[in-house]
Structure formats: C-alpha cells, structure tokens
Design a protein around this ligand. Structure first.
Ligand code: NAP
Length: 339
C-alpha cells in the first residue's frame, strides 16, 4: 500500500524529567509526516496503547533493568496496531501486531519484538493485559518465584489491577487460599465477586495488621507485592515459615521525591526462613508463547477472567490517563484506545 502523502503522526515525547507525579509540562506533543517504510521495516497504525506504572520509572535518569527514555524521545509504550505498509518479509499489510510502538499514532519498526495478535481469538486490549505483559508478569512471578502449593495462603497487593487480578486468579486455580489488598469498597467487592478471591482487604479503610491477622490466620505463604511501602511492611509481619515474597513492583514509591525507606519488618525473613526475590518479566521472553497459550486456554474455559479499563481518546489524553494508575482510578489493565 502507498502511504497517503498528507498523513501525519502525532507523538507524545518526554520533555522533562518529572519531580514527583508527572505534570503536563513534562510532555511535548510533536507532529511529523508519515513516510513509506524502508526496506526491512513495517509501518503500524497504532490503535491501543498500554499504560504501565513502570513508565514512571523509565522517565527517571537512573540505572535500571532498561535504559531511561531520553529527553525528546517518543514515550516508550507497548501498543497494538495494524500493519499499514510493509517491506518486512514477516509481516503483511492488514495484520494486527503487538510491539513497543510508543505513544504515537504511527510507528515504524524493524520487526524486533513485534508479534502478531489475533483479534478473532481475543479482544485487542486483552493482548496488552492478561495475554500480554501484565498477565505474563503475574504468571511467571507467581508460579516461578512464588511457587504456590495447594492449600497455601497467597496474599496479593494491587489486587484489582492488571497484574494483581491475574495473580489472585492463578493462585486460586492452583488450589490456594487467596487474599487481595486493594483501595476502596467497590474494588474489594470485585475481588471477591468477579475475581474469586477468598477475602479482600481495603487498605484505605481497614487496619492492615488486624485485617491480615483475620484473613491469613496461618500466616502468608506467598506475598506478591505490587505496591511496596507500608503494605509490604504489614505483609512481612505476617509471613509463614518458609514464605516467598515476590517483589514485582512498588507503585506507592514511584513518585517519591525523597529516598525510598526500606521495609522495617525485613527481619521477619530471618525469623521465618523466608525469601524475598525481585522479578522482571522480560527475563522470561523465551517462555511467553507457552504461558500465553496456557492462559488463553484458561480464558476460553472461563477459569480466568480478564478485565481491561479502556479509555477512549487520542494521544493527547496520554499524560492525564497515566495518572489514573497512581490515583487508583483504574480497574484491571489500563489501555488508551486512540482509534
Ligand atoms: P495496576 O495494578 O493495574 O494499576 C496500579 C494500581 O496500583 C492502582 O489501580 C492502585 O490500586 C494501586 N496503587 C496506586 N498507588 C498506590 C499506593 N500508594 N498504595 C497502594 N496501591 C496503590 O498496574 P499494573 O500494570 O498491574 O502493575 C502493578 C505492579 O506491577 C506495578 O508495581 C508495576 O510496576 C509492576 N509490574 C512489574 C513488572 C515486572 O516485570 N516486575 C511488570 C509489569 C508490572 P488501588 O486502587 O488498589 O490503590
């Protein structure tokens, strides 16, 4: 296909490194012309953009598991789109694909990290959530690191979010008692009624120590941590002997303007012969396809429910939509649909 001569691409670029919560001035809207892809490349018309807490970390100029987004660079984002033009032998015009396309309307790619997705097998936003990075994070973090055994108690924070809601459901599938921590009565209701948790704790309204004692009477065998901070500390204080703590994320600390304090209850690891292990989903890339196929099976037979929170807008809605993750306005996987 020939790319129309007047086609333009609006992009959200990083303009400044944020201090605390990102503000409008940290972003810049840039419009560029769209041109035919060169040999070995494909042009993607982006439709769905993934919004992730990790984006906040990528905006900082610090050493991490991935280089920071440079000032003036298009904001990094996983996204889904349709191939509009292709001079890449593996991708054909009209195919739906996932890749790291960034916060922009059109992306040119050399095909690295790009994979086809099937819109007839699952709704496109699901490939950013349960069948995408957040689902895979839940799968590998829980099963490889958490190693849950039937009858054990699995505690999950950020439980109504993209990763947490899948962790709780997989733990249930594996025969565990599941306890979720989330903010607000409505999210707690969802945890039990929609995602099948055995109990839910509203960290905004309840005393965590009392609630964990009540819902985890034999202690916590696996704590899957998405939030860090006081919730991590409360969970550490409730560990069972031999417990595994999975450090997946610490969203409560991502906008800190002061150094992040350590967990004061860490000696519970010693007392309980427990372990605390960090995980990065990218390390499991060679097993993504097998895990996604297993989760697609669970989705198909109704044992797993996927929830996406799809915000409609254009790329200019990205900065404000990102903040929903930090205020807790999202339920399930937060996605910006731009067409
Ligand atoms: P999410 O849980 O869908 O959304 C973030 C949720 O965090 C919000 O809905 C909010 O829920 C909660 N939250 C925000 N501020 C909080 C605070 N101060 N204290 C407690 N909870 C707070 O996001 P996600 O994409 O699934 O990511 C969850 C975690 O996994 C993040 O820490 C992320 O960085 C991490 N992650 C790690 C990897 C990896 O490879 N290690 C990969 C993907 C994601 P409430 O309304 O319940 O507060």
């Amino acid at each position: 296909m020939t790319v129309p001569a007047d086609l333009t691409n609006r992009q959200i670029r990083l303009a400044a490194r944020p201090f605390g919560l990102p503000k409008p001035g940290d972003w810049e809207l840039v419009t560029e012309a769209v041109t035919e892809p060169e040999d070995g490349r494909l042009l993607v018309e982006v439709s769905h953009i993934s919004l992730d807490p990790a984006m906040r970390g990528w905006m900082n100029d610090v050493r991490s598991y991935i280089p920071p987004v440079r000032i003036g660079e298009v904001m990094r984002a996983g996204a889904i789109g349709r191939v509009l033009a292709s001079r890449h032998r593996d991708f054909a015009v009209g195919e739906h694909v996932y890749g790291e396309f960034g916060v922009q309307e059109y992306a040119v790619s050399d095909g690295r990290g790009v994979r086809r997705v099937d819109p007839d097998a699952a709704p496109l936003p699901t490939y950013l959530g349960t069948l995408g990075i957040t689902g895979l994070t839940a799968y590998f973090g829980l099963l490889d690191i958490g190693d849950p055994q039937p009858g054990q108690t699995v505690l999950v924070s950020g439980a109504a979010g993209a990763v947490g809601s899948v962790v709780g459901q997989i733990a249930k599938l594996k025969g565990c008692r599941t306890v979720g921590i989330a903010g607000g009565a409505e999210k707690c209701r969802l945890l039990v009624e929609e995602f099948g948790f055995d109990a839910a704790v509203d960290y905004k309204a309840e005393d965590l120590k009392d609630a964990l004692r009540k819902h985890c009477p034999d202690g916590v065998d696996v704590y899957f941590d998405n939030v860090g901070g006081d919730i991590l500390d409360a969970a550490l204080a409730r560990l069972a002997r031999g417990a595994r703590v999975v450090i997946c994320g610490a969203i409560s600390q991502y906008n800190n303007t002061e150094p992040t304090p350590g967990p004061s209850n860490y000696l519970s690891l010693l007392v309980n012969r427990a372990s605390m292990t960090g995980m990065v989903v990218f390390d499991y890339a060679d097993r993504y396809a097998v895990a996604a196929a297993e989760m697609a099976g669970w989705l198909a037979d109704g044992r797993l429910r996927s929830r996406e929170d799809v915000v409609e807008g254009d790329v200019t809605a990205f900065p404000e939509t990102l903040l929903r993750l930090f205020s807790g306005a999202n339920v399930g996987k937060l996605v910006l649909r731009i067409r």
